[in-house]
Design a protein around this ligand. Sequence first.
Ligand SMILES: [Zn+2]
Length: 566
Amino acid sequence: MLQYFNKTKMTNRFFLLIGVFLLLTSCSTKKHLATHHFDREEAYPEFTEADSLIGTLSRYRSSFDVYYYDLDLEVDIENQFLDGEVAIHFTAVDDLDTIQIDLYENLAIDGIYYGADSLRHHRKHNAVFIEFDNTIRKGQDVVLEVRYSGHPVEAPRPPWYGGMVWEEDKDHNPWVGVACEGSGPSIWWPVKDHLSDEPDSVRLEVTIPEGLFCVSNGKLVNQTNGNNTTTFTWKTQYPINSYNVTLYLGNYEYFTIPYEAEDTIYDLDFYVLPRNLEKAKEHFRQTVDVIRFFEETFGEYPWWREGFKLVESPYRGMEHQTAIAYGDRYKNRKFLGFDHIIVHEAAHEWWGNAVSVSDFAEIWLHEGFATYSEALYVEHTKGYEAYLEYIERKTWRINDEKPVVGPHHVNYWDKTDNDPYNKGALILHTLRNAINSDTVFFDILKSFYSRHKYSIVSTEDFIAVVNEKTGDDYKWFFDHYLYKNVSPHLNWKYYFNEENFRYELLYRWEFTDDNFRLPVTIQRLNGKISRILPENQLKRVLGLTGKDIRINPDQSYIFLREDKDL
Ligand SMILES: [Zn+2]
């Protein structure tokens, strides 16, 4: 998903930045000293029973493993109404009598069936507890049928605050979509709404008014006309995050762009509104280079059997697997020379869709990686200096109000805090500097991807690859950057030592644990580069020449504080 863009907040931050800059230049600042303390109680809202029901993997959810969802939906666009039947195919992981699935409470359940049996159920918030008449034994396969209907929640601000999107295009055709990362797919269909359980395949059959087209995940396997209706059947046979299951209904034009892979040519698929067709054909040509670059950098695109689709959407963007939403202006960013929405959302096919987390607490593994992918794409198209400039722009946006990794088991994701995006990207950039070998760093990214694609990961899995590939233990690094809400501060002083007629650099860390050992680059005026290893104790480099020095020119994510009192 794209970063949440809050105009007022950005404007305020701009003035705040100017203010901080003035403060920094007029006196030595104590700002970070005063604000680094993190109070967990204050930082997060009070979590409710409903948050725990959706966020926790209780025994009512861990006792079964869904391998297939079969959705059959009728979409009444005029009345913004859904009428559907979902077959949930699962295997019992334990003996079970009761299970929990999820469906927003504003949607009615019209019946739950196991074979010919109608099952009892009760609802608590958005959770639905279903009781079987007889114990289901471990290892048993079950097909549960849930019939439901109602007016699903309309997205207040898609894609960030999700739900259905009922729009009209400029030619007054209906244009419908759904975006529900965070709010959860149970906002529009009955599902085990927990990130830890990805089905291996999903079939989506959608009946809509005749004349409109439906795009969804995977491949279109059937299309039939009924009485003033058309029924589309799409199927994906890859593991998929249930929030990625989606549909786009509209008056679409279709075209393809060829993509030459090593030994075959794939067609990239594009679905756009007719009035944008010519623009899209030109604008989306950049997609070829984006995919090629990510394949070279991370590994093969994960879904070639079902292809790559970009679908014009009535909201700005979203990484719906094999059917990415694009709802922007067909314009490249001036500074970048490319469309960062295509780059960001395409990167999620690797980071987020193929490699997925089991709790939004760790969403930096999706968003930080996708944001860092943007920076890598800048480096690829414009070179390392432009990459550094892009990285620097991310630094301005850090909040440092909360740790990057949030509280687990409560489905928590604060969309107004972009640190999992920007700080997440800076963490990868800083890790690259700390490792100081691009060969090793990119091997880490490739290995993390190839080992964990089509599966669920945690931050620990990433750290394990980092440790293995570096032959070192980077716990100190992640402990600081992911679990503290203060950036490392390097206090330094560069001065002329009258006694030995040489310049000296004094330096030490602040706000870091004793084991924090990030190397920092220094660059002399003559261009000579060396690395220092600051500690919490004061250290010094003696006998330097030249009256100026650049500290951290490669912009590791640290704050520099010139400290006259050292
Ligand atoms: Zn994203």
